[in-house]
Design a protein. Structure first.
Length: 123
């Protein structure tokens, strides 16, 4: 079994489209005011606009029910990290070894943590 899609609930479609399409450079498949999709390798990432306001929390150390943490893979994590810093994306964990892989974490415009790992050689 493999993941087919991930839905991220967002507060502002235009702001999130700019982040995922222009900053992360994911290929946009479909766009609408309430639902947009990106065609990533192996799975679809969907943005779903919602009027529900989550309770504010600066505690990102624990996963909460209803939260989502998409994981992405890039061939060169250092180059990706430099591009994110240049785009003023908040980095909550600079690239570091985690369970045999290098991983960094960033925040999207709604504060969702995105994990980005470096593709392992030979895979």
């Amino acid at each position: 079994m493999r993941i087919n899609y991930a839905i991220i609930f967002i507060s502002d479609m235009q702001r999130s489209l700019v982040f995922y399409r222009d900053v992360l450079e994911l290929p946009l498949r479909f766009e609408s005011p309430h639902w947009s999709e990106f065609a990533t390798e192996g799975a679809t990432l969907a943005l779903h606009a919602t009027n529900v306001v989550a309770a504010p929390s600066d505690d990102r150390s624990h996963e909460h029910p209803g939260s989502c943490r998409p994981g992405f893979s890039v061939p060169d994590l250092d180059a990706f990290h430099q591009r994110m810093i240049a785009a003023h994306v908040v980095c909550v964990q600079p690239p570091k070894p985690v369970f045999g892989a290098r991983v960094a974490q960033y925040l999207d415009p709604d504060g969702l943590v995105l994990s980005v790992g470096e593709e392992r050689q030979g895979r």
